[in-house]
Write a protein of this length. Structure first.
Lengths: 269, 339
């Protein structure tokens, strides 16, 4: 499988899309901080805006942008990693090279995981860099201690756990439907529409308020809000339940891809 | 060089892939044919109620080009898909290098290089990087191998250009280079000249016999009859998933042969009567004033003698071979068997 993984990463490295998505991430975070810095320099009472630029507050500010952009971009890339193999017809020669279908699929899943982590890491580093530079320019630079760095690491982990299931969903759907577009549409669409769907169902019966907790959006938002400081009252038990729920969803998606990929004939595409 | 010497040289570790070159025969171009690298037995594939491939048997030896002929929709690509493990057979077995594919999927990557219909590569990468990506997927293929294959298919100069800028002929040649990356014992080419201009077709046709001469077994699936006739040692013709005939190209061509006798200035009916007593003649007809004699080629002198004895002097007695196209059309004639 390591040969296949090397090949996957080589192709990803050569793929302009991978670099363009990373660039979009950096530019989006940069644009956010530049806009904040400009705002801080022109408004009459800039204190709260200056606070937003500071390093200790990155997860309440820049990382919110990085997470939102990262969620969309990882869905796009994860879907493309398998969907394009079908649209370019490269899936057949690729399978003919692989020692087994499972090995090829494992290499692809690992590539999705590695790229997603890498992309969020780029967003994280860009956030730190732009926060440090803009806060220093505006005059409110504040360093961080070891405890804050520890908090950052935990928060970054929560970001990954809350967002990666959507990339997994996009990958799984692109594989099952053999369509890049379906993976992207459902991966992004569900993230935005799921709250509305649960809201509408909640009007029918309150039972859906409980069922909602076993969807993707509720546990993902719960973990995301822990980072942003929107919700400081989340218990450890609730957080772990959210992690477990997302873990079960990812396991289902991964399992489904192995089932379909191993079972199906590759007659075209 | 004598055939024996050639045989000795072929057998000393020169066969590609895992095939041990046990000598089994000599091909049309005098190349040595070795062990059976592919053996498909009773291969059947049903898609719901439609039978795409029906109880098909085929073998390919190293050093041999097997032409796999059939009209569009005859089941060629489905058969290739089953051989490559992309499509699971409804029944039957595929053995590669003597081992059952069903119990060892890695047999394909270890022994077969294939182009399936059109070559498919990553459009954003160069031809060279595409080969590198394939080489990495397999492992243990040196860069020098990639360079030599690009040289072989005459793509060295365009190797660093993006694949999406390649012409169809260049894409096909890159596909052939890709199939040879692992020096496979069996090369499968499914419609390799599809969409190519005549020059491109000629280039590909020139490469195919060379592959067999180098010891690769080649399965050439095609509906291009002249192509198969030119490069194949054996031909297998399928129709609606069923094998309808199989044999060496020479045998198949001989099967539809006849002798054309020109007797200008004489009554062809008299000439027809004159040669009737000649043994081995199966049939004599008159077409455009000429006698069409269905008989072995070596009865030509007997025909001449019979005519001369009756005072008829032929201006030409010519053995005529039918083409593979004639045979193919005759065998796959849709009117023979209603759908």
């Amino acid at each position: 499988m390591m040969h296949l993984l090397r090949s996957e990463i080589f192709r990803l490295r050569k793929r302009p899309q991978a670099w363009i998505l990373a660039l979009i991430m950096v530019l989006a975070v940069g644009a956010f901080y530049v806009a904040l810095a400009i705002a801080a320099s022109v408004i009459s009472d800039p204190e709260s805006t200056e606070d937003s630029l500071k390093l200790p507050n990155i997860f309440e500010n820049g990382m919110q942008i990085a997470t939102l952009i990262g969620y969309i971009l990882t869905v796009v890339l994860a879907s493309g990693l398998i969907g394009n193999e079908y649209s370019w017809n490269t899936i057949r020669p690729l399978l003919a090279r692989a020692r087994s279908r499972s090995a090829l699929l494992s290499a692809k899943w690992l590539t999705v995981l590695l790229y997603s982590i890498g992309l969020f890491l780029i967003g994280f580093i860009a956030t730190i860099a732009f926060s440090a530079v803009t806060s220093a320019i505006v005059g409110g630079f504040e360093s961080v201690d070891a405890a804050t760095i520890g908090d950052w690491i935990v928060a970054f982990g929560r970001t990954l756990v809350s967002q990666l299931p959507y990339a997994a969903l996009a990958f799984a759907l692109a594989l099952i439907t053999r369509s890049n577009a379906v993976g992207i549409a459902v991966g992004i669409g569900l993230g935005f529409l799921e709250p509305a769907i649960w809201g509408l169902l909640g009007l029918v019966t309150d039972a859906f308020d409980e069922v909602r907790k076993f969807g993707l959006e509720y546990p993902s938002t719960l973990l995301f809000n822990m980072n942003s400081g929107f919700d400081d009252n989340v218990s450890s038990g609730e957080a772990w339940r959210a992690v477990a729920t997302l873990g079960v969803w990812v396991a289902i998606m991964v399992g489904a891809t192995y089932y379909f990929f191993n079972k199906r004939d590759v007659t075209s595409g | 060089m004598s055939t024996e010497t050639m045989v000795e040289q072929q057998t000393v570790g020169t066969a590609p892939g895992n095939a041990a070159p046990t000598i089994a025969g000599v091909g049309r171009r005098g190349q040595v044919q070795g062990q059976v690298i592919l053996e498909a037995s009773s291969l059947t594939k049903r898609f719901k109620s439609m039978v795409a491939v029906d109880d098909l048997n085929l073998t390919v030896r190293t050093g041999e080009v097997l032409g796999f002929l059939g009209p569009n929709g005859a089941g060629k690509s489905t058969t290739v898909g089953m051989i490559l493990g992309l499509i699971r057979p409804s029944s039957g077995t595929v053995r590669i290098a003597g081992q059952d594919l069903a119990s060892n999927a890695s047999l394909v990557s270890e022994n077969i290089g294939a182009i399936i219909e059109n070559p498919a590569f990553y459009p954003y990468m160069s031809g060279r990087d595409n080969l590198r990506a394939h080489a990495m997927a397999v492992g243990k293929i040196p860069e020098s191998r990639i360079d030599s294959l690009l040289e072989l298919v005459n793509l060295s100069e365009r190797a660093r250009h993006k694949y999406k800028t390649y012409s169809l002929g260049m894409k096909q040649r890159l596909g052939i280079a890709s199939t040879l990356l692992t020096d496979p014992a069996l090369v499968i080419l499914d419609e390799p000249t599809n969409g190519l201009d005549p020059a491109g077709q000629r280039e590909i046709r020139a490469i195919i016999p060379r592959l067999a001469d180098q010891g690769h077994g080649v399965l050439l699936a095609s509906h291009m009859l002249h192509e198969v006739e030119q490069v194949s040692d054996r031909v297998l013709i399928v129709r609606r998933g069923r094998l309808i005939t199989e044999g060496s190209v020479d045998d198949l061509l001989r099967r539809g042969g006849y002798i054309e006798v020109s007797v200008p200035g004489y009554d062809p009916e008299l000439a027809q009567k004159a040669i009737r007593p000649v043994q081995q003649i199966e049939q004599v007809t008159i077409e455009n004033g000429k006698l069409i004699v269905v008989a072995p080629e070596d009865v030509g002198s007997a025909l001449n003698r019979a005519l001369v004895e009756q005072g008829i002097f032929a201006s030409a007695i010519m053995p005529k071979h039918s083409t593979l196209e004639d045979l193919f059309l005759e065998l796959t004639d849709e009117t023979e068997e209603p759908a």
